[in-house]
Design a protein. Structure first.
Length: 203
């Protein structure tokens, strides 16, 4: 077996019909049950009921595939592509330990990271916090935009001819300012829409 088993490790037997049997509880379990056991910190090994071969790695990989198919996704596509490239690479032997150490470090710091997020964003996602602030700014700009547009006399719109209320050169400057403001408003809206989509994907 690849993993060192002790008395606290639960043995799961996998039979030819793909059924999984928990020897500690004398009951059949599913991949979803094993997934929850991992989250609960229950250590287990999965062995082939016929050969006794340790197949824990393949079962854990299967759990990851199942979780990724349900979403939200945890593994970025770029990471998966890079991981595949390392198979048969000269650095293949070093990568597993590197990933293991990186994950251990992340796990040790996760509570500190959660505390920081709670203190900094009052338990909210930073995307949510930033999105709300952006929407407030957008509303303020929109109001200014509407007020500016309402106060400005309009031409008759025929062949570029000015209307009775148009005043000439000053109007050109107003039109430029209006165009710039509208451009900034459109760009801000696009950023907020993109931020909103990312936030929904993270939930």
């Amino acid at each position: 077996m690849d993993e060192k088993q002790d008395s606290a490790t639960v043995t799961i037997k996998k039979y030819a019909n793909r059924r999984l049997y928990n020897t500690a509880t004398s009951s059949y379990v599913t991949l979803e049950n094993l997934c929850q056991m991992v989250k609960d910190g229950v250590d287990f090994v999965v062995v082939d009921a016929k050969t006794g071969e340790d197949i824990t790695r393949s079962v854990l990989t299967q759990i990851i595939v199942e979780e990724e198919s349900r979403g939200p996704n945890l593994l970025p596509i770029g990471f998966l592509r890079q991981l595949i490239r390392y198979y048969d690479d000269s650095l293949q032997a070093f990568l597993p330990r590197y990933l293991e150490v990186s994950m251990e470090t992340f796990t040790r710091n996760q509570e500190e990271m959660r505390d920081y997020m709670r203190q900094a964003f009052d338990g909210l996602s930073p995307f949510t916090q930033f999105e709300e602030l952006g929407r407030q700014n957008l509303t303020m700009v929109q109001r200014a935009f509407d007020k500016f547009g309402a106060a400005k006399p309009q031409g008759d719109g025929m062949n570029g001819a000015p209307g009775e209320g148009d005043v000439g050169d000053d109007d050109v400057g107003d039109d430029d300012e209006l165009s710039r403001l509208k451009g900034k408003l459109d760009a801000m809206q696009k950023q907020l829409d993109e931020l909103s989509r990312k936030n929904r994907g993270a939930d």
